[in-house]
Design a protein around this ligand. Sequence first.
Ligand SMILES: *Cc1c(COP(=O)(O)O)cnc(C)c1O
Length: 360
Amino acid sequence: MTKQTPETLIKAQIRALSSYHVPNPDNMVKLDAMENPYRWPDELVDKWLEVLQRTEINRYPDPSARQLEVALRSAMQIPDNMAVLLGNGSDELIQMLVMAVAEPGRVVLAPEPTFVMYRMIARVLGMTFTGVPLRDDFSLDTDAMLAAIKQHDPALIFLAYPNNPTGNLFSDADIVRILEQSNGLVILDEAYAPFTDASFMSRLGEYDNLLVLRTVSKMGLAGLRLGFLVGPAHWLNEIDKTRLPYNINALTQDTALFAMDHIEVLMAQAQHIRNDRSVLLDELRTLSAVMVYPSEANFILFRLPKNQGQAVFDALKEKGILIKNLSAAGAALSDCLRVTVGTAGENRAFIHALKDILRE
Ligand SMILES: *Cc1c(COP(=O)(O)O)cnc(C)c1O
C-alpha cells in the first residue's frame, strides 16, 4: 500500500483552485477590503462590554438566534411574511445555498466579473459555474444572460446588487426579466445595501424565486461574521437543513443584537462614507490618466492606461497604501484597481500618493 499524498488524495477540483489570498496589512493604510473605517464612540463600546460581561460563554448559543432575528427584522425592514436564515457571514449562506442544490451537471450562473466566492464555492462543491460576461460598461448583457439561462437552466443565479468589484447597480428591468425567465433561484446579493437606496427587499414575494442576501460586514461589523438570507419560508426551510448547528456564536449574537439597538450609529457612518465617496469620485475624475467607474458601493473601481495597473498598485503599496489589484482577474478588468472609501484622511493620503505616482 502506498501512502496518499496531497496530489493523490485531494480532489482534482480542489487542487485546481488557488486559495483566497489576503495580504498582510501591517502598518498600511488599508483600503482593500470594503471595511468601514470607523469604530464606535467610547461610551457605546463601554455599554457593549457590559453586555458581553453577561454573555454565557459556557453555554451553547441559541441555535436559531431568535432574539437577533427579531432585531434584524425591524432594523433591516425585512417583510413580515418572509423567512430569515442567518449565516456565519453571507459567504456561509452562499455555501448553504449551493450545498442544498449541488448535484453533478447542475449549474450556478452569474455575470462576470463579480464576487469570486460564487465561482469558488460552486466549484468546491462540485457544481458547474457559468459566467456570463458583462458589457464594457459593466451593465448586464441581458440577451446573453437569458440565452445562458435557456441553455443551462441554472439552479442558482447570483446577482450582486451593487456588483463587486465594479460598483454599479444592474438595471431593475433586466433583473426582472431574469427573475421571470429563470426556473431556479435568483439571489440578489445586497452586501452594499447601506451605500445605495436601491434594494429588492420590498419586492420579495412578487417572484417566488427571488431571495435577498445581506451582510453586516460592509456596514461596520466585518469582524462579527453575520449575514442573512431573506425569502419565502418554503425555500428557506429546506436550505436551513444544510446549516451546522450553532453557526452564529454567542458573542456574535449578543454583539449584533446590541448593534441593531444602535443601528443609527452605523447608518450615520454609512452616510458619511457615501458623502466621502462622492468627494473621492470627484478627485479621481480630475486625473487624466484614470478612468473612473460610477459607484453605488463603499469602493471605487478605476482603470489605468494599458499595462500600468500592476506598477501603480505596487507603487501605492510602496507608499504604505494597500488597495486591491484586479489586473489579473481577466481582460475585462485589465489595469483596474479598486479602492475602498476610508476616512477623509485615508482618502486624501491615497489621492496624494496616486497623484505623485502619476505625476499629476
Ligand atoms: C463582501 C461581500 C460578501 C461577503 O460578505 P460576508 O458577510 O463578509 O461573508 C458577499 N457578497 C458580496 C458581493 C461581497 O462583496
